[in-house]
Write a protein that binds this ligand. Structure first.
Ligand code: C2E
Ligand code: MG
Ligand code: MG
Ligand code: MG
Length: 283
């Protein structure tokens, strides 16, 4: 009996693996054609600067419309990384994001996520330069978001590329801070402009004293290192009040705005700019 149960468990396991592998292969095949079929697009999520009470920065977030559904980057970016497709896709994202930002009010920056795999490509710096040039965008209006895993796996050439980008005026942010194994040591490896505190800390902020203590400490750390801090995943007024009290520079989350279609984001930025102008004239 035990033996036959073992067998059926084994078969079940095998079938499960098959489905997973098949799904991965179909993502890979679809992704190879996604660019030429123009199935990729960007959504834009505004980040609210707490001191200025306005949008300083907007994050570009990739979407893939495929087979009647929209696929999340958490699903296809890992496949794009394994296959190397993230290099042309990432280049497209850079161009598209810079092009969009060039139409926004001149003091709003765009943030673009970079995969570690893009750094293995020799000419990442050249790709960034050409995206800026093609869009006619000032380098100071571009922020690049990298995760801790980048510095874990990459070499001197990575930090060289980051230094070169930063010397052009491009800003560099450390994304999803606090999720890696040795977050603190990363803060020494490169002079980041911004720390983005991972949203997992936000989720239980109002119920757990330890999450609160960690957020407070990270914001303080950012302040003493001269790095601004963004609280990711702010969904409630209580969370907003708390991170504001602790001195976060910026918030990103569904409370202020979800990721928006390009036109909706442009409307938001232009109406915000008009409001600011009107209040300056009135005063
Ligand atoms: P990320 O860079 O940390 O981006 C923030 C993610 O949090 C986005 O998910 C955003 O929609 C989500 N988010 C924002 N506010 C809230 C909130 O209040 N609550 C919750 N629950 N979620 C919130 P999204 O768009 O699904 O992207 C997931 C990840 O995929 C990104 O995380 C980033 O790591 C990656 N990604 C997205 N676009 C690109 C890209 O162009 N290139 C690369 N390499 N990776 C990308
Ligand atoms: Mg990001
Ligand atoms: Mg993030
Ligand atoms: Mg994240």
């Amino acid at each position: 009996k035990a033996k036959s149960e073992g067998r059926s468990t084994y078969h079940f396991f095998e079938a499960g693996m098959d489905a997973k592998l098949q799904q991965r292969r179909s993502i890979e095949a679809g992704l190879r054609m996604a660019m030429q079929r123009e199935e990729l697009r960007l959504m834009f999520q505004p980040l609210l600067g707490l001191e200025e009470n306005r949008v300083n920065c907007v994050e570009a977030l990739l979407r893939w419309d495929h087979d009647d559904r929209t696929i999340s980057p958490t699903e296809f970016v890992p496949v794009a990384e394994e296959t190397g497709l993230i290099v042309p896709i990432g280049e497209w994202v850079l161009h598209e994001a810079c092009r969009a930002a060039a139409t926004w009010p001149g003091d709003v920056r765009v943030a673009v996520n970079l995969s570690p795999v893009q750094f293995r490509h020799k000419d990442l710096v050249g790709q960034v330069k050409s995206a800026l040039l093609a869009a006619g965008l000032e380098p100071t209006r571009l922020e690049l978001e990298i995760t801790e895993s980048l510095l874990l796996t990459e070499s001197e050439s990575t930090t060289d590329a980051l230094h070169e980008l930063r010397s052009m005026g491009v800003r560099v942010s450390l994304d999803d801070f606090g999720t890696g194994y040795s977050s603190l040591s990363y803060l020494r490896s490169f002079p980041f402009d911004k720390i983005k505190i991972d949203r997992s800390f936000m989720a239980d902020l109002t119920t757990r004293a330890d999450s609160q203590a960690i957020i407070k400490a990270v914001i303080g750390l950012g302040q003493s290192l001269g790095m601004s801090t963004t609280a990711e995943g702010v969904e409630t007024e209580e969370q907003l009040a708390m991170v504001r009290e602790h001195g976060a520079s910026e918030v990103q989350g569904f409370l202020f705005s979800p990721p928006l279609h390009p036109a909706a984001l442009a409307n938001l930025l232009h109406s915000e700019a008009a409001k600011a102008l009107a209040s300056r004239k009135a005063s």
